[in-house]
Design a protein around this ligand. Sequence first.
Ligand code: ATP
Ligand code: MG
Length: 249
Amino acid sequence: MANIKLKEISTRAPKDWNKEETKENLASILAKLNELQNLLYAESQHAILVILQGMDASGKDGVVRKVFTSMNPQGVRVHSFKVPTAEEFSHDFLWRIHGVAPPKGIIQLFNRSHYEDVLVTRVHKLIDEKTVKKRMKAINDFEQLLQEHNNTRILKFYLHISPEEQQERLQERIHDPTKQWKYNERDFEEAKLWDDYMAAYEDCFEYCNDVPWTIVPADQNWYKEHVIAEALLKTLQKLDMQYPGLKKG
Ligand code: ATP
Ligand code: MG
């Protein structure tokens, strides 16, 4: 995806998109996902990795809660990547990632991911530009390794919100008692680096797109959830899976 300019891409559903129909449709997609996830688990031939990236308050947690809780928890795993620990720091940046890559039969969600290592670290100039390029190459190779050597399907989503929507959501974290636990005053400082983050994301879309990114308009949760659920459904349907039948022997 060369020359993507996030500023030129809408953060909202297409005009006249029907919200009620979309919500109803989501319910039926979730039911189908539940069935297919059962089959994925039973067959245990493929692994699924869903990568969620986005600015603070872009709704990553909401995707986990709304799209993935309809499935059997036995076959779905979530890992949220935080600032690396001292031990993680003492290894290469993919070490902590590879350890939680999905085994066959499992849908693994990454709430943030190895992309943080070419985003937050780059924006704060913790790594130089040469290292950024090398890491991007390592990321492409790593994603290819998972695909080729463990039958992993990777879906990468960027939750695209506007800076105005982000400010509104960060304010809500101050005032809404159910959201105060998410409040972090540092988020307001990070928000000031918006343009640098957008440029870093645009480079990820350009240089790490061997496994393609989906840019998800995410100002409206109902639309965001629908786009992601539908993409996951299409991926699972294409796997052409079979129940294994009675075990032999
Ligand atoms: P929300 O989007 O709801 O604000 P969050 O993903 O920011 O949630 P937090 O626990 O608030 O969750 O923050 C996690 C922090 O860890 C983020 O600021 C992220 O940039 C940081 N982080 C994740 N991976 C890395 C990394 N490899 N290097 C440095 N920082 C990282
Ligand atoms: Mg945060």
